[in-house]
Design a protein. Structure first.
Length: 341
């Protein structure tokens, strides 16, 4: 009996500090389940295609936590994994394939290593009322149609603290893929100002020695949003330069009108040029994306939207709506439900 009591006392003594540590430095489980049901087509595509489908919109499951190291210093980590609720297991990628890393944080800011959204992506999608997702998202025509909408691996980032509304981020990818004649890597930075109803962003990113014959790509973005009571306006202008191609210019504008639990959304995008410098015709597209969102709560909403792309004969905007040939005009209607926890 005494041996049993002693064993219980030892067990209690050893497990109590662990429980206290977990309480002081909690680990949080979080996630998102987001699916849309869509009817899409590409008019003028070869072959002409029209279909209904169910699409996963970046559903994910993650775990994050911090540890207080004393002296104002904290360690933090995040492991985030994608999953597709509408597909067979294993179709959404490997474990921790989304924003995942480990870092240190203090009054001077944060440093993180791992796989993470580049500053260009994280700051420009803040202007997209559809959150960089669905057929209404920013990459239909902007962010170089996803090419500058990256979550890069092997990256080190520094995030500054917010000082009177100003903050900046710097990111650089390691050169571990360097060879005797090539050194591919990406790097970028962003600066933001956030105060009350105002948000302003400037971002830059470059891709050095890309797989396309060792070429280089550079992108710049400038934009902002402003809220007047229930109405919020946003504008974003972008420019992309690539070896052997003309300068690509794109922009978007949107308005969101909130009436109680209802949000009425209209987004317009346009992209021009960016084709081979030797081409006789340069790409040009225009995109209309109206939508209605009903917020059941802060965690759950229903979304209905329509997207229509008008491409000229050299343009391929809207490939994330449906695959199509140059000059075809994708369009689609979508309804979806999102829940976060």
């Amino acid at each position: 009996m005494n041996k049993k009591l002693i064993a219980l006392a030892v067990a209690a003594a050893t497990t109590a500090p662990v429980a206290m540590a977990q309480t002081a430095n909690p680990v949080t489980l979080y996630g998102r389940v987001y699916l849309t049901f869509e009817s899409v087509e590409a008019k003028g595509s070869a072959p002409v295609s029209r279909r209904t489908r169910m699409q996963d919109q970046a559903s994910n499951l993650g775990v994050r936590g911090t540890e207080d190291l004393g002296g104002g210093l904290k360690a933090f980590f995040q492991l985030e994994t994608a999953f597709a609720p509408d597909q067979a297991p294993g179709t959404a990628g490997g474990f921790a394939g989304r924003n995942s890393g480990v870092g240190l944080q203090g009054g001077w800011g944060s440093v993180i290593m791992g796989r993470w959204d580049m500053p260009f992506k994280s700051t420009t999608i803040a202007l997209d009322p559809y959150g960089d997702l669905t057929i209404g998202g920013i990459t239909v025509a902007n962010n170089d149609q996803s090419n500058f909408d990256r979550r890069d691996p092997n990256v080190v980032q520094y995030w500054s603290p917010n000082i009177a509304g100003f903050a900046f981020r710097i990111a650089a990818q390691t050169s571990e893929n360097k060879t005797a004649d090539r050194n591919p890597r990406n790097q970028g930075a962003s600066a933001t100002f956030t105060r009350g109803p105002v948000y302003i962003v400037a971002a830059y990113e470059e891709h050095k020695d890309t797989p396309a014959g060792g070429s280089e790509e550079k992108g710049m973005a400038l934009g902002g949003s402003l809220a007047f009571g229930p109405v919020k306006f946003a504008l974003l202008a972008e420019e992309f330069k690539k070896t052997g191609r003309s300068k690509r210019k794109s922009w978007l504008g949107n308005v969101v009108w909130t009436v109680g639990s209802h949000q009425f959304i209209y987004q317009y995008q346009q992209s021009k040029d960016g084709g081979l410098t030797s081409a006789s015709s340069q790409p040009d597209c225009k995109v209309h994306q109206p939508g209605w969102q009903y917020n059941f709560s802060r965690r759950t909403f229903f979304l209905a939207q329509y997207a229509k792309v008008d491409n000229n004969s050299a343009s391929t905007c809207g490939t994330n709506i449906i695959a199509h040939t140059a000059g075809a005009d994708p369009q689609g209607f979508s309804v979806g439900l999102r829940h976060v926890f």
